[in-house]
Design a protein around this ligand. Structure first.
Ligand code: FMN
Length: 170
């Protein structure tokens, strides 16, 4: 099975354990790289043409207005997903769902018949409504239950077992 680990992650000031701290590498990026190694997947970073603000509050403002507008921010890069059987899709929880560029990615890719395994780094909101959003945007994909991760705190063995179970099930 050929697997793509596609993720969006935000470098900059972020909300971690009740404090605003700088993250030079985003949590989702760290997890995505780990997962790609665990399951021998290819990595793809979903990037926007217009970078998000470094400042946390400014970034939240932008995220809220994009969510309200159901925006599809333009991406700086694309990938042909045709060769892949499964996409492990990573993103932070932004305002209760995935950041809107992840929706742009999903809308631009034909994921019919492909397995999607979402994982979401968050500070307490879990997957939010992101799985419902994926199901709406990709009705013909085979959507697996998502993996919620607090920040970048994951147990490598548990994560590996979980992914192996998901893919063995396919
Ligand atoms: C714009 C924005 C909105 C966020 N909204 C939520 C939220 O609704 N619930 C939550 O648990 N965490 C929220 N967070 C925190 C992030 O999900 C969390 O810090 C995550 O680990 C960041 O991943 P990243 O470093 O890969 O971007 C938000 C962070 C940002 C920047």
């Amino acid at each position: 099975m050929k697997i793509l680990v596609a993720y969006f992650s935000h470098e900059g000031m972020n909300y971690v354990d009740g404090k605003i701290v700088p993250l030079s590498v985003g949590n989702t990026e760290i997890i995505a790289k780990e997962i790609a190694g665990l399951i021998s997947g290819d990595l793809f970073a979903i990037r926007t043409l217009e970078p998000y603000p470094y400042d946390y509050k400014e970034c939240v403002k932008t995220a809220v207005s994009e969510l309200k507008a159901d925006a599809r921010p333009a991406l700086a890069n694309t990938i042909d997903v045709t060769p892949y059987d499964a996409i492990v899709l990573g993103y932070p929880n932004w305002c209760g769902t995935m950041p809107m560029p992840v929706k742009t990615f999903l809308c631009g890719a034909d994921l019919s018949g492909k397995v999607i395994v979402p994982f979401c780094s968050n500070e307490g909101s879990g997957m939010g409504v992101s799985e419902k959003d994926i199901a709406k945007l990709c009705p013909k994909a085979i959507l697996k239950k998502g993996i919620s991760i607090h920040g970048k705190d994951f147990d490598e063995t548990a994560l590996k077992n979980r992914l192996e179970t998901i893919f063995a099930d396919k």
